[in-house]
Design a protein around this ligand. Sequence first.
Ligand SMILES: NC(=O)C1=CN([C@@H]2O[C@H](COP(=O)(O)OP(=O)(O)OC[C@H]3O[C@@H](n4cnc5c(N)ncnc54)[C@H](OP(=O)(O)O)[C@@H]3O)[C@@H](O)[C@H]2O)C=CC1
Ligand SMILES: CC(C)CCC[C@@H](C)[C@H]1CC=C2C3=C(CC[C@@]21C)[C@@]1(C)CC[C@H](O)C(C)(C)[C@@H]1CC3
Length: 418
Amino acid sequence: MAPPQGPRAPLEFGGPLGAAALLLLLPATMFHLLLAARSGPARLLSPPASLPGLEALWSPRALLLWLAWLGLQAALYLLPARKVAEGQELKDKSRLRYPINGFQALVLTALLVGLGVSAGLPLAALPEMLLPLAFVATLTAFIFSLFLYMKAQVAPVSALAPGGNSGNPIYDFFLGRELNPRICFFDFKYFCELRPGLIGWVLINLALLVKEAELRGSPSLAMWLVNGFQLLYVGDALWHEEAILTTMDITHDGFGFMLAFGDIAWVPFTYSLQAQFLLRHPQPLGLPMASAICLINAIGYYIFRGANSQKNTFRKNPSDPRVAGLETISTATGRKLLVSGWWGMVRHPNYLGDLIMALAWSLPCGVSHLLPYFYLLYFTALLVHREARDERQCLQKYGLAWQEYCRRVPYRIMPYIY
Ligand SMILES: NC(=O)C1=CN([C@@H]2O[C@H](COP(=O)(O)OP(=O)(O)OC[C@H]3O[C@@H](n4cnc5c(N)ncnc54)[C@H](OP(=O)(O)O)[C@@H]3O)[C@@H](O)[C@H]2O)C=CC1
Ligand SMILES: CC(C)CCC[C@@H](C)[C@H]1CC=C2C3=C(CC[C@@]21C)[C@@]1(C)CC[C@H](O)C(C)(C)[C@@H]1CC3
């Protein structure tokens, strides 16, 4: 049985008190956003006019639909994969193996949904079920995180994450104790991070588009843009699925409530906020403005993809001709750090690209309401906090070499600003 590791890793998110507050605050924020998007005034900062009763939240149909969705995505995960990739080296020097079939899961889901719709499946009924679906997703996240917490009790010490093992049950439940909880080949964190939530997000967006067409004769240009941009983002994540194996979530963070809730509830129900808003608050959008917004999204995507691919290529094979000519700094660990190309512009160029795209996703909703800009605001806070966590870890890993990198590349995310 795994003993608590003791308070060796510094406590994050404000320690046990912060974790307890977030356990309540995150679901409350998600429900607030869902209610605000369907209300007339659509105010981000005012409390909802009335709270929904249990009958608006609880629906056996929503529970069945949710379980069927999780089951379908789990079945698609278990289908034969075009490739099996190896993760980063673990503490015990082993490497885990991961199926690369996320894009295949997206295409098969699209085919199944297409077949379902042609057989009479009422996709436009989904927007009416968002509240009970979000409720069962939240319940699932709590129950699942409890299971993960218990599972970590019997995991070997080498399988535990560097944080999340303080001995305080609330903090550890929130952050997650085990790094890569799995049963046989089924990796829970890897599955949740890319499948039910991300694919669910674009399915909810599509249902909102179909509902808008039903209400107004055709989907608006703003709704097309939001759907198109976010589908590109999700398709890109699944196409480059292997790249997630080097992200902080997989290599460093334990799997607890924060990621479980984030992956399966927060992502589909809050990341679809712009489309939810547009359904009830249509916004006029002319072609010149739409073209400018497309250009902003394209610039953001270019930076995001360029930076992420450059780092992944370099980490996989530093002599790859696409990165071999870039300037680097050697570190005591034997690994090198890029100091030219995208990673010589700022220390997190991928965050910059992601933030520019976030802006492009909100602009089609106009400037009359703050609500559709929630994602941009939340995401800025998340990435600033994430960047600080990553810097701390890199300083610990690379010491003087990291300080030299910070001297050579002084800005974190935005050149000359931050
Ligand atoms: N939509 C969303 O909600 C979210 C999206 N994201 C996106 O996910 C993507 C991945 O982000 P994240 O996992 O936070 O971190 P990164 O992909 O930025 O990875 C950080 C790691 O990269 C390595 N690194 C840092 N600097 C250099 C350098 N100069 N040269 C080579 N390697 C370097 C270090 O690891 P090492 O040296 O060990 O390889 C560091 O720990 C980003 O594009 C981000 O925007 C993230 C969170 C939420
Ligand atoms: C609920 C809390 C406030 C925080 C939860 C955070 C999670 C929602 C995010 C943590 C890291 C994420 C990533 C993506 C989605 C959001 C979460 C899970 C990502 C899969 C989105 C698509 C990108 O292309 C990516 C680089 C693969 C992302 C990886 C990190």
